[in-house]
Structures are given as C-alpha cells and as structure tokens.
Design a protein around this ligand. Structure first.
Ligand SMILES: Nc1ncnc2c1ncn2[C@@H]1O[C@H](COP(=O)(O)OP(=O)(O)OP(=O)(O)O)[C@@H](O)[C@H]1O
Ligand SMILES: [Mg+2]
Length: 386
C-alpha cells in the first residue's frame, strides 16, 4: 500500500504507555498519517495546533491524570467533527458505555485490539470525516451562489427602478444646459469683471460642471442597462480601451479620491475583451477601495494604476499605499456583503462584483497586501480580437 500523503487526514493516538504508541505506529504507519501523545493534556495541546488535520482521535481509557473519556469530551468541545474512539479493558466497561451513550465516543475497542478490525474502523472514520468536510464545503458554496442569485435579482430590480429617474435626469440636463446658455449670453456682456469676478467665474464653470453631471448620469444609465441585460441572461460581446476607461473611471472616482490620494495612470492604449461599462465598474471599485484605505493615514495617498500587454493578455495593477488588508480577512474580502467599513460607507459588494465581471470575461484577479504598507490588486484580461 502507498505511504499516506502529507495532507491526508491524520489519526491521533493517545496512550500513557510508550510501548503501546510504538506498537500502534508500527502497525498503521504505512496506512495512515499518525500523531501520538502520552497524555490527554499533551494531546489537547496538539489538537489546538494541528486540529484541522486530524480526522480520528483514539485514546486509551486508563491514564494517570485525565482519563480517556475526559480527554475525548474536551476534544469534542474543541473539534466536534473529529471521530472519537476509545481503547479500554473489560474492567472499565461501565465508563465506556456511559461515554458511548452520551455521544462522546463513536466506537470503542477492547484491548488487546485486533489489527484488521481497528484498521477497518479507522478507514471508515476517515471516510466519514472527509465526507463531512466535503458536505460542509458544498453547503458553503451553495450558500454563496444562492446569495449571489438573490443579489442578482435585487440589483436587477434596483436597476429597473433607476431607469426612470435617470432618464429624466439626462433629459433635464439637456434643458438645463440650454437655459444656462441663455443666462450666460445675457449676463456675460453685462458683467463688470473688475467688480463681479466671482459671478463671472461661476458662470464660466457652469458648463463643465454640467458635463460632469451628465457623464455621471450616463454612467448610471449604462450600469443599470448592463445589470438588467445581465439579469436577463443577455451577455453583450464588447471591447473597450483600457486607457480611455481608466481616465473615465478617475473622473467618476474623483469625489471619493480627491481629498485622500493622487491617482497615477501608466499605460498606453490597449483594447480588452470587456465592455466599457463593466471595465469601468471594475476599475472604479478598485480605485475607490484604494482611496478608502487611506482613511486616517498621515502619509499622502498614492494610487497607481498600470497596465501592459504580455503573453497575449492585458495585465492591470491597482496599487495603493493604504492601510493594507489583515491576513485573517484575506479569504473573505470577495464574499458578498463582507465589509469592514461603517454602515453607510461600505456594503461589501464592490469586490464580488469585480470578481464576477473579471471571471465572466475570462480574466483572473488576485491580491497581495501588507498591513501598514499597502495593497495591490492584479488582473489579467483577454485582449480584444484584432
Ligand atoms: N485597497 C484596499 N485596501 C485595504 N482594504 C481593502 C482594499 N480593498 C478592499 N479592502 C477590504 O475588503 C473589504 C471588501 O471590499 P468591497 O469593495 O467588496 O466592499 P466595501 O468597499 O467594504 O463596500 P462597497 O464596495 O460595497 O462600497 C473592504 O471592506 C476592505 O476591508
Ligand atoms: Mg468597495
């Protein structure tokens, strides 16, 4: 039989007699990955460190200090999923029956044990442990996709609700622009620049403010349309230029970024196989996250967005010198609704949306981060067909 692999679920055997541990190892080493301990106390320490690797705990009942049943009871509190078994002499039968009845132990063996019987039981237990893990993994994956599906429906509803107000917003901007022109045409010749410099400046700035409002409204409209068509299962073939979209995203991010950081763009025109609205959502979310990561830091914030072409793909990096991401939450940042930001600032939807868009487009997304130094998100995207 092949030697057990480094990552195979392990068996922990606890017995106060060294010779018993040796015999057990000699018998099962070739079939299972084995840990051994000479006391319940020592075993609990090992479980605290290596618990995730251990599928089966098997303990002698009669030990000085903690008995086998006592030890297994505490092991159960720490790691409810491990399969627990007891080795015992006939004279201890009552304690064993109690333990079995209370669910502390799944099986017991009367000493001296029979090799084949014990091996079969260990095999079964490891099988059950692995299945339990698998079920749990599938459960969490289902929960995740269920949450995403619900989110999809909710956002389609929201997108739908947005369409009307956005339409009259864009229509009214056109009207407003014409009205402003009338007022400007009337006022400009009548203003004395030496006395009314401020009014003159305001009138001068109005058209570009209107441009910004219009650009924002257009973006909302495009995003709403894109969400709606995605919810209907229509996936438009599309492409966009990284440089154009990055510049546009910087504009949209301006309100969030302005006081916190400087954004630097580095890269030439490069066409990728993602639509401009989706690409903008990706870059915008990452830029805003970077800007928000500067909150409360004394140093001047810098966000670098770079892209280049290599190996027939587009590579994009969004690097910031913000707070960084703590290693213990690294696994969770792409989860829908996971946020570390106060209510009203974050909903925890940015990164799951980014990941979804990038992966649907056939790209990849990864992140590296050092707390106190900064964070870099890296994307690859397929190039647009020539
Ligand atoms: N550049 C970054 N620097 C530090 N932490 C980050 C960065 N990007 C993301 N995070 C962490 O990941 C979490 C999830 O990000 P995500 O964009 O999904 O949600 P959010 O920004 O909290 O809310 P939303 O994007 O919905 O407004 C953030 O709350 C933050 O803790
Ligand atoms: Mg965000």
């Amino acid at each position: 039989m092949a030697a057990p692999s480094e990552s195979a679920p392990a068996v922990l055997y606890v017995d106060d007699e060294l010779i018993n541990l040796r015999v057990f190892e000699a018998n099962f080493r070739s079939r299972f990955r084995i840990f051994t301990c000479l006391s319940g106390e020592e075993a609990l320490e090992l479980l605290a460190q290596k618990g995730q690797e251990i599928a089966v705990v098997i303990s002698d009942q009669r030990m000085p200090g903690m008995t086998g049943v006592e030890f297994l009871e505490r092991a159960r509190a720490m790691l409810p999923d491990t399969r627990r078994m007891l080795l015992t002499a006939y004279s201890d039968m009552q304690a064993v029956m109690d333990a079995v009845n209370r669910g502390q132990v799944v099986r017991y063996f009367v000493k001296p044990w029979v090799k084949e019987e014990l091996a079969a039981a260990l095999d079964d237990a490891i099988g059950i442990f692995s299945l339990q893990n698998r079920v749990r993994e599938i459960e969490s994956r289902m929960l995740r996709s269920e949450r995403l599906a619900v989110l999809g429906q909710v956002s389609a509803g929201v997108a739908h609700e947005l369409m009307n107000p956005v339409s009259y917003l864009t229509q009214n901007i056109g009207t407003l622009r014409r009205e402003v022109e009338v007022i400007r045409a009337w006022a400009m010749p009548r203003i004395d620049p030496s006395r009314d410099a401020e009014v003159m400046q305001s009138l001068g700035e109005l058209p570009s403010i209107l441009d910004d409002v219009e650009t924002g409204a257009q973006h909302i409209r495009q995003v709403a349309l894109a969400i709606r068509s995605q919810a209907r299962g229509e996936d438009q073939e599309a492409q966009a230029d990284l440089r154009d979209v990055a510049e546009f995203a910087v504009k949209l991010a301006r309100a969030e970024v302005r006081t916190r950081a400087r954004i630097q763009l580095r890269g030439d025109s490069l066409k990728v196989a993602v639509g401009p609205v989706k690409l903008c959502q990706v870059l915008l979310n990452l830029m805003v996250n970077s800007a928000q990561a500067m909150e409360g830091l004394a140093r001047p914030g810098l966000i670098e967005v770079r892209w280049w072409r290599a190996d027939e793909r587009a590579h994009v990096e969004i690097a910031d010198n913000g707070s960084g991401i703590a290693p213990e939450i690294m696994d969770r940042i792409f989860e829908p609704l996971f946020t570390t930001k106060p209510v009203g600032t974050g909903t925890g939807l940015g990164l799951p949306i980014v990941k979804d868009i990038v992966e649907r487009a056939g790209g990849t997304l990864s992140v590296t981060s050092t707390v106190g130094v900064g964070t870099t998100f890296r994307l690859t995207l397929p190039l647009a067909a020539a």
